[in-house]
Ligand binder design. Structure first.
Ligand code: GDP
Ligand code: IMO
Ligand code: MG
Length: 423
């Protein structure tokens, strides 16, 4: 068996949570492979809305096993709050949520360091989610991290050493902070975490594959936020791309099956950093209002703009996308004209590839297509799609060279249309 991977192709918030939930009935196992509580994955069904941060989005579909892989960074305090809220809403987790012993712990001081580094950057700040993601991955790579498995062995000593090191850094930055409340909640989170199955998830996942069980790997953030291929340094600190599923779960590259690449019919970004197609006018405001473009974790207003096919083509290439999924089509229902960026103008020259640096001097070149001016939200099948909408899909497929297999027309689980193009 192979694993399938589902990931974002833009700057995150494409709608990964919704689609993982929709696809989960076809799988035995859902596994998160990177990121942490910087993610906010929203699901809606039966009139209820849930936002997941560290827990995989397969948790609402029957008794499927959900795994938090070794590539994830976990904050015990935030995890406790998230898990308790789910259990209180009638979704028991303890038996079916497995956590890799190799996942790294976000310490209270990692969160403080995140804030301190951002403050030190001044105007050049990344606009992080403030969840300690960068400092935790930094400690992982510099071989100073504390892992979930450490909770069971010599934990006090390992925690104390990491905390002391962080406090030294904070002192050198002259950063004022109060650890008391954060640390108290964190320690309660550690105790809470002990009830869960700590696993060697690389063995577990590979054993599932050996037993012909199907696994869906859930990405967080998006390709444009990838530490290597995103708009560096305005990125997150993990590999959000398909290869991240290999390192974040212990799955060999030849075990990757389908790669589902998700994108919005337009584009958003939250936090700082370049965004060539960003709109600063009433069209951008309209996308924001109709798309409810406010961060699911931080509540920050998301910047909005037209779809960027130069960046998307790059994402398709880096991830080896085999199937595309287009989200939030309904947000463009009332637009007269839809624009799509097909090239960048850099120094007066038109280029159609994603360049080294998009920070400055990148001007989008647009193709224009007629809007469909139809309410898509109640549609049940692609037979109902208006001609202009089909033309937009065909245009995107031609540009990106991959078929769009699923179209989402609203936030609810039911507002999802699978297209029956031939295999
Ligand atoms: P994720 O981080 O990729 O899981 O995406 P988020 O949950 O952060 O953001 C996506 C937002 O769009 C959520 O509020 C979803 O409920 C909503 N959403 C998902 N698909 C659609 C859609 O097709 N149409 C509309 N209008 N909203 C959608
Ligand atoms: P999901 O999984 C959108 C952005 C932050 C910031 C940058 C670095 O919901 O799509 P970090 O806290 O990771 O160090 O912040 O990355 N960012 C996201 N933007 N969706 C996300 O996750 C994000 N996770 C991080 O806004 O610009
Ligand atoms: Mg999100």
């Amino acid at each position: 068996m192979k694993v399938d991977v589902l990931l974002g192709l833009q700057w995150g918030d494409e709608g990964k949570g919704k689609v993982v939930d929709v696809l989960t009935p076809k799988y035995d196992v859902v596994a998160r492979f990177q990121g942490g509580p910087n993610a906010g994955h929203t699901l809606e069904f039966e009139g209820q809305k849930y936002v997941l941060r560290s827990i995989p989005s397969g948790i609402f579909q029957g008794d499927k096993v959900n795994i938090i892989g070794n590539g994830v960074v976990l904050d015990p305090a935030l995890f406790k709050a998230e898990a308790e809220a789910l259990e209180a809403s009638g979704h028991p987790l303890k038996e079916r949520l497995h956590i890799s012993k190799k996942a790294h712990l976000i310490l209270p001081t990692h969160r403080i360091l995140d804030a301190a580094y951002e403050a030190a950057k001044g105007d050049a700040k990344v606009g992080t989610t403030g969840k300690g993601i960068g400092p935790t991955y930094t400690d992982k790579v510099s071989r100073n991290g504390v892992r979930v498995g450490d909770i069971l062995h010599n934990f006090e000593q390992k925690y104390g050493a990491a905390k002391a090191r962080h406090e030294q850094i904070l002192k050198s930055l002259n950063y004022e902070y109060d650890l008391t409340e954060l640390e108290k909640a964190w320690m309660e989170g550690i105790e809470y975490l002990k009830q869960f199955h700590f696993v060697d998830s690389e063995h577990e996942v590979n054993n599932y594959l050996k037993d012909s069980k199907s696994v869906l790997c859930e990405g967080a953030q998006g390709t444009m936020l990838d530490i290597d291929f995103g708009s560096y340094p305005f990125v997150t600190s993990s590999n959000t791309v398909c290869a991240g599923a290999c390192t974040g779960l212990g799955v060999a590259p030849n075990r990757i099956g389908e790669v589902f690449g998700i994108f919005k019919a337009y584009c958003t970004r939250v936090g700082a950093g370049p965004f060539p197609t960003e709109l600063f006018d009433e069209t951008g405001d309209k996308m924001c209002t109709l798309g409810h473009e406010f961060g699911s974790v931080t509540g920050r207003k998301r910047r909005c703009g037209w779809i960027d096919l130069v960046a998307l083509k790059y994402s398709v290439m880096i991830n080896g996308v085999t199937k595309l999924i287009m989200m939030k089509s309904d947000v463009l229902d009332t637009f007269d004209t839809i624009k799509a960026c097909v090239a960048y103008k850099v120094d007066g020259e038109e280029i159609d590839y994603f360049p080294y640096d998009i920070t400055e001097g990148v001007e989008p070149v647009y193709a224009e297509l007629p809007g469909w001016k139809t309410d898509m939200t109640k549609m049940q099948s692609e037979d109902e799609f208006p001609e202009e909408f089909n033309a937009y899909l065909t245009f995107l497929e031609e540009q990106l060279g991959v078929e769009i297999k699923i179209v989402s027309v609203g936030p609810d689980r039911a507002q999802t249309i699978e297209r029956y193009t031939e295999e």
